[in-house]
Ligand binder design. Structure first.
Ligand SMILES: C[S@@+](CC[C@H](N)C(=O)[O-])C[C@H]1O[C@@H](n2cnc3c(N)ncnc32)[C@H](O)[C@@H]1O
Length: 417
């Protein structure tokens, strides 16, 4: 495919590709030459008409449709770094038949470059407006052989199956049976998957009979899947003053009685410090997933910036900080962080407990962070297996079981000595 863009778009695109290559090298997962070539070839401006070229070639997602009532993004053209990672993980080869669930046009064009003339790209979206837009953009950029369809991705797209690869570009709570049925044996599914409120991009290999294992797990963020697979977790507020909200995200977690926890929040908290240090810019995602695996009564604490400013809570991240609900149902603890009092450039994890057994809960959370530090820090992530929902307990591998509608997901961490 030949780009008809202006030289300035070309040079901005080259700079963006260099940035994506550098980002990937920085995290130790180099970009493959095939994906680099595709990124260099697809004119992103054709998928973001009207947007300033500098914005087009900034490595960020651009929201193209928003639900103004809920204040959430419904559709976007994804960030090149994220897309590049997913395409690499998918290992898309010339001649492959690929299904993309969640359209925008840009990613479909990249896939089209990767599969070449002998391959086949199908891109579906639940939203007809998104497909209309993707159609206009793809045709405008010269990608006329991408097959577009308006359909709920929960059911895959049987008319064009089987697929060698399925790439999901919306956040999924579960993996429906259709995705397994429509993949060739040994095919790969790349899916941003929600696990107890955290999202990880899983690269899953299908072993037949609805049995999947993860080949890789990466950080990513996507708009939620809607339609039959849509799933909303409980998100009660512990403080609902406008601009100072504090909430709990209880996905795949316990059912809680909110009132005692609301009362706990206004009681004097207890802070406990753990012997676990990090650098300021160090990611916490590995610890987050481990804590989500080992804590039964798991929650993520969320806070408006105003709640942090007013010192109602001091979480490590406003959008979702690891927390545990105590057995009394009237206390909880969440993770916090402070600049280490003695060590330069080091930060120290701690836990803040609220409620009658808040101090114990904070101690417990610190003890878990210390266990992670001793046995899991720097190690590989968990082995992740998915089996059909009807699989009995005695046939599951060992590990934390997270039950979904169609599957049971098992996370198993090997202990590093
Ligand atoms: C992040 S956007 C896709 C970005 C796109 N792949 C690109 O090229 O940059 C996510 C899309 O998923 C779509 N979506 C959400 N739920 C869906 C479902 N059940 N089936 C198909 N599409 C869905 C949304 O309408 C939205 O357009």
């Amino acid at each position: 495919m030949t780009s008809t863009s202006t030289p300035s778009a070309n040079s901005l695109r080259e700079a963006m590709v260099r940035e994506v290559v550098a980002n990937r090298a920085h995290v130790g997962v180099p970009l493959s030459p095939a994906v680099e070539k595709a990124l260099a070839q697809v004119p992103r401006e054709a998928f973001l008409p009207g947007l300033d070229l500098k914005e087009v070639y900034t490595d960020q997602a651009v929201v193209t449709k928003r639900d103004n009532k809920r204040g959430v993004a419904l559709s976007s053209v994804s960030a090149p770094t994220v897309i590049a990672l997913m395409l690499d993980r998918a290992d898309i080869r010339p001649g492959h038949r690929v299904l993309e669930i969640g359209s925008g046009g840009y990613n479909a064009a990249l896939i089209s470059e990767l599969v070449g003339a002998d391959g086949q790209v199908t891109s579906i979206d639940i939203d007809a407006e998104v497909i209309d837009r993707a159609h206009r953009c793809l045709v405008g950029a010269g990608y006329t052989d991408v097959h577009l369809g308006v359909a709920d991705g929960e059911y895959g797209f049987a008319d064009r199956a089987p697929f060698d690869r399925i790439v999901i570009t919306a956040g999924a709570w579960d993996v429906p049976a259709a995705w397994a049925e429509q993949l060739v044996p040994g095919g790969r599914l790349v899916v941003p998957k929600r696990i107890r409120g955290l999202t990880r991009c899983l690269t899953l290999e299908h072993h037949g009979q609805g049995l999947w294992s993860a080949l890789a797990q990466d950080m990513c963020g996507f708009v939620r899947i809607t339609g039959a697979g849509e799933h909303w977790e409980q998100m009660p507020y512990l403080n609902d003053t406008d601009g100072r909200r504090v909430g709990l995200r209880l996905e795949d977690g316990p059912d809680v009685d909110v009132q005692p926890l609301r009362e706990a929040l206004i009681q004097e908290p207890t802070t406990v410090w753990a012997e676990v240090l990090i650098a300021y810019d160090e990611a916490t995602d590995a610890q987050d997933l481990w804590l989500a695996t080992v804590i039964d009564d798991w929650a993520l604490l969320t806070a408006d910036p105003g709640a942090v400013k007013a010192k109602i809570v001091k979480p490590t991240w406003n959008h979702g900080t690891p927390a545990l609900i105590a057995a009394d149902g009237a206390s909880f603890a969440y993770r916090t962080l402070r600049r280490h009092p003695d060590l330069e450039n080091r930060w120290q994890f701690g836990a803040i407990g609220h409620g009658p057994s808040g101090p114990d809960a904070a101690q417990q959370l610190c003890a878990l962070m210390e266990e992670w530090d001793r046995h899991h820090r720097g190690g590989p992530g968990p082995d992740i297996t998915l089996v059909p929902a009807h699989t009995p307990d005695d046939q599951l591998p060992s590990g934390r079981v997270v039950n979904k509608r169609h599957t049971r997901m098992v996370l198993h961490w090997a202990t590093t000595p």
